[in-house]
Design a protein around this ligand. Structure first.
Ligand code: PNS
Length: 161
């Protein structure tokens, strides 16, 4: 079976992530979306909340499952017999760092990184920008799934109280 992982913070999942996940699901037999547990990074949503949103929005893909990991991505891959990492490339500016990570990961384990060019309509999209725009009342309804929009609106309202 050809397995792949789509790793990330997903704080929160955006339409850009879903674009990459859906295309990975067409390329591989099984895709694991892996949420990085990073206690040193301040996040808007807990890992469980992020997993919940991903589970909901990825339900339409029959071969996609959601998991979480901490430590090295290559260790997660080794434990699950995954040999491909799928990454979206939004612009040339993503490439330098992604290439460095891909080369480091392949030096650590038998994993290939597969770069998928982000669809042009999502090339500017990042979770951090979605949060910033939403915080100041901007309309992000075309950038995240409806469920994520609801959770984002609710979380930002809680924070503003
Ligand atoms: O959504 P993000 O925050 O840009 O995702 C970054 C992620 C999770 C893909 C990357 O930070 C990662 O793989 N972290 C795990 C730690 C690791 O394996 N580091 C070595 C990379 S060469």
């Amino acid at each position: 079976m050809r397995r792949a992982v789509c790793p990330g913070s997903f704080d929160p999942v955006t339409n850009g992530h879903i674009d990459i996940i859906s295309r990975a699901s067409a390329l591989f037999d099984e895709v694991t979306v892996a949420v990085l547990i990073n206690k040193s990074k301040k996040s808007l949503f807990t890992v469980d909340e992020r997993i919940g949103m991903l589970t909901d929005v990825c339900a339409e893909f029959g071969n996609v499952k959601i998991d979480a990991f901490h430590g090295l991505l290559v260790d997660f891959c080794r434990e699950r017999d995954i040999h491909a990492i799928v990454k979206g490339l939004r612009a040339v500016s993503d490439f330098d760092y992604e290439l460095q990570m891909a080369q480091m990961n392949s030096s650590l384990a038998e994993v290939e990184t597969v770069f998928v060019p982000t669809s042009p309509e999502y090339s500017f999209l990042a979770s951090s920008l979605v949060k910033e725009v939403a915080t100041y009342g901007g309309d992000v309804s075309s950038l995240v799934p409806p469920l994520v929009l609801d959770r984002l609106t609710a979380r930002l309202a809680e924070r503003a109280e």
